[in-house]
Design a protein around this ligand. Structure first.
Ligand SMILES: [Zn+2]
Length: 161
């Protein structure tokens, strides 16, 4: 006989908590730490520790993937700026073949920048109470949007200029 994760889960003390995020009520986000009764004292919603653990573990997984979202967006921003410099440089050296190469580089930089900038947008999938646990400062939506807009402008820049 082998034990499944659920079996192991049932053997644990009911309110043992090992996740770095606090257990919260699914309805009102009240911190349920150490409660003897399986009912939210704030809004009265009943809960089971298994359900809470499963839900918060999922949220924790999301926060881990977002940990470097700001750094990614900043890298994307630098790439997008470099893309514009490449186009400028291509013009400076007189266009032609070099400009063509520079536009291809700019286009690829724009593509990377869109991907890197859009990581931040996933923060919307993390409930508000858990966002402070991602990183300090929390992922910046503004940074992501600026990166994406600048990256998209590169596509037009590469085609038009
Ligand atoms: Zn509640």
């Amino acid at each position: 006989m082998s034990m499944t994760w659920d079996d192991l889960d049932r053997l644990r003390p009911a309110n043992e908590w090992r996740l770095p995020l606090p257990p919260t009520c699914k309805k009102c986000s009240y911190n349920l730490t150490g409660l003897p009764e399986e009912r939210c004292p704030e809004c009265g919603t009943p809960f089971t520790w298994r359900e809470v653990r499963k839900r918060v573990a999922r949220v924790w997984g999301l926060t881990l993937r977002l940990r470097y979202a700001n750094e990614d967006a900043r890298t994307g921003l630098i790439m997008a700026l470099s893309g514009w410099f490449s186009i400028g440089f291509g013009h400076l050296v007189g266009g032609g073949f070099i400009l063509g190469i520079m536009k291809i580089i700019a286009f690829l930089a724009g593509l990377m920048a869109v991907i890197l900038g859009s990581q931040v947008l996933n923060v919307r999938r993390v409930p508000a109470w858990a966002r402070v646990y991602i990183c300090k400062p929390p992922p910046s939506m503004t940074l992501g949007v600026v990166t994406i807009v600048l990256a998209l402008s590169l596509f037009f820049g590469a085609l038009i200029f």
